[in-house]
Design a protein around this ligand. Structure first.
Ligand code: NAP
Length: 259
């Protein structure tokens, strides 16, 4: 757009950017765009109680598949979509790609770096899904499970084992009495993780490739303590979507979308 320098935002309040959110990065992006005077609507799935709310407009709940998202994009005259959802939220990302293509709405995906690039990644057991994580850690000592509350059913056969589970929201299924369930929300520092893992005498770690430095502390401490680690790999992203890692790169992509 004429007159728009590299630091001057060219999208105006007449258009709305839809941020598919539910992550810290999505909230940070919403804050930056709102500060730039851009009309923003962040969309949350509505899964967690008391979600951290982003700046700007917010809507909550599913759209009704890709078709529902197409309808939403048209009805609200969305100028561009930023898919800043979690790397494991594969369905909404696929829907965003399909709806963007159908409506010819510019789409950019903001995705944290994978832990594949972590210095210790070669020492971990990488598996394609949570079921395989359960199989890998079947005989490992005192597992610390951080693969999310929706994954817990897989580990129920471990009822007679000492298991430490950390979740944000309460599990929706009854868990064995021997297990210890911690409810908390990150990010965690290495000090936090070291204290927890030493206190509880964690013997092994089950996690997924959520990525991002602010969630890497437990992997750092696991390496220090020489623990066995299994990591669930990310689902494949939808093909052909422009993917970036920084807020600056999202803004650059949106500026291009506006020209
Ligand atoms: P998912 O499996 O990809 O999505 C399932 C359905 O939930 C989607 O088809 C969509 O329903 C709805 N949905 C998901 N994200 C939405 C959003 N941001 N706005 C509106 N509707 C959304 O997603 P998920 O793995 O359950 O994750 C749900 C949300 O939690 C995401 O926003 C994600 O960023 C966040 N989150 C996920 C994880 C994780 O490990 N999966 C971790 C942290 C945060 P309709 O088809 O009806 O539109």
């Amino acid at each position: 757009m004429a007159g728009a320098g590299p630091d001057k935002w060219s999208l105006g309040p007449a258009v709305t950017v839809l941020i598919l959110g539910g992550t810290a990065e999505a909230r940070a992006l919403a804050a930056e765009l709102v500060a730039d005077g851009i009309a923003v609507v962040s969309s949350l799935a509505g899964r967690v109680s008391r979600p951290a709310l982003p700046a700007g407009g917010v809507r909550v709940g599913g759209f009704g598949g890709a078709a529902g998202l197409v309808h939403y994009l048209r009805e609200h005259r969305i100028a561009a979509i930023v898919d800043a959802t979690h790397p494991f939220a594969a369905q909404i990302s696929a829907n965003a790609a399909a709806a963007a293509e159908q409506t010819r709405t510019p789409l950019v995906r903001l995705e944290r770096a994978s832990w594949r690039e972590h210095a210790n990644a070669g020492e971990w057991t990488w598996v394609p899904d949570v079921a395989a994580a359960g199989e890998a850690a079947e005989s490992w000592p005192r597992p610390f499970v951080t693969t999310g509350r929706q994954s817990l059913e897989i580990y129920l056969p471990w009822a007679d084992r000492e298991v430490l589970v950390r979740v944000v929201d309460p599990p929706v299924i009854a868990l064995p009495e021997r297990w210890t369930v911690l409810r908390s929300r990150g990010p965690y520092t290495e000090v936090d993780e070291r204290v927890l893992m030493l206190d509880w005498r964690v013997g092994s770690l089950l996690t997924k490739d959520s990525g991002g430095e602010h969630t890497a502390a437990k992997l750092q401490v696991a390496a220090e303590l020489g623990l066995r680690v299994v990591v669930v790999a990310r689902p494949a992203p939808p093909p052909g979507v422009h993917t970036v890692r920084t807020l600056g790169a999202v803004r650059a992509a949106l500026r291009r979308a506006d020209t």
